[in-house]
Ligand binder design. Structure first.
Ligand SMILES: [Zn+2]
Length: 269
């Protein structure tokens, strides 16, 4: 199903659901991040490897984007950020678009080139507690995550707050995440691990359950699966979490379109 500026309205397009080295760089699944439309304002979150191609394949044009948000500098979250900026700015012909990213994505050894940044309207450095209105969307970064490099998740709302979603990007579980992402209707979590691994700062299915039970969203969506998750059939884990928590939980699949008005994935033929 190809999308248009009209049909992508108030949808999330999962341009990838792979996370970490084996799944993302072994191409077990795609890793293009998410395209999110809030009342007509388009945002690309975490444009990982292949984001540029998967976006065009869905009929989406990065030139429509108002902003790109990079949660952190790991390449499975930003490998294609420069390609996407080139399209937004028509190769530097038009100053357009805002980049929001942590400081360490653009300081020493920058993952976003100085050249592509110079063609943007603005580059904004994310800090804990920062928020910003971009078109019809309000984006905020409630808490710094624990992930080795500077990392932030995002809360996104429309002006009437009929749409609210939280994206818990890569992080080790810690209790304060629950308060930081409370009151979101749609909770998206990067659940990379099936079972917790003490030395790997990623969420596991046990952490996902604690987050769902603590935050109590209307619907939870898991994505960013590592190898152990993909092999464990994430849709079966989602079904189990739905039964155990009483909150509908979905395992995202590549190119899944999620409707932010009906709170359901769009079933495609
Ligand atoms: Zn990471």
């Amino acid at each position: 199903m190809k999308l248009t500026e009209e049909t992508v309205k108030n949808k999330i397009v999962f341009l990838g659901t792979a996370g970490a080295r084996y799944a993302a760089f072994g191409l077990i699944r795609q890793a293009g991040g998410m395209w999110i439309n809030i009342d007509g304002t388009n945002l690309h979150i975490d444009p990982g490897p292949g984001a540029f191609i998967y976006t065009h394949k869905k009929g989406l044009n990065p030139h429509w984007l108002s902003a790109i948000i990079v949660s952190h500098r790991h390449l499975d979250h930003c490998a294609d950020v420069n390609h996407v900026i080139e399209t937004i700015t028509l190769g530097g012909k038009r100053k357009k678009g805002i980049l929001l990213c942590p400081e360490d994505a653009i300081s020493e050894d920058p993952v976003v080139l100085k050249f592509t940044r110079s063609n943007l309207q603005e580059t904004v450095t994310i800090k804990e507690g920062f928020s910003r209105v971009i078109g019809n969307a309000e984006v905020s970064f409630p808490i710094k995550h624990v992930h080795g490099v500077e990392t932030y998740g995002i809360v996104i709302k429309n002006s009437t707050e009929t749409i609210s979603l939280g994206y818990i990007a890569d992080t080790k579980f810690f209790e304060k995440l629950i308060e930081a992402y409370s009151k979101v209707k749609v909770l998206i979590m990067n659940v990379t691990l099936k079972d917790p691994k003490p030395n790997i700062p990623h969420l596991s299915t046990i952490d996902a359950k604690r987050l769902i039970e603590g935050i109590k969203p209307d619907i939870a969506i898991m994505t960013h699966f590592g190898r152990t998750m993909v092999y464990a059939k994430p849709w079966e884990i989602a079904r189990r979490l739905t039964d155990e928590t009483g909150i509908e939980t979905v395992a995202a699949w590549d190119n899944m379109i999620f409707d932010l008005e009906t709170l359901k994935p769009v079933r495609q033929r």
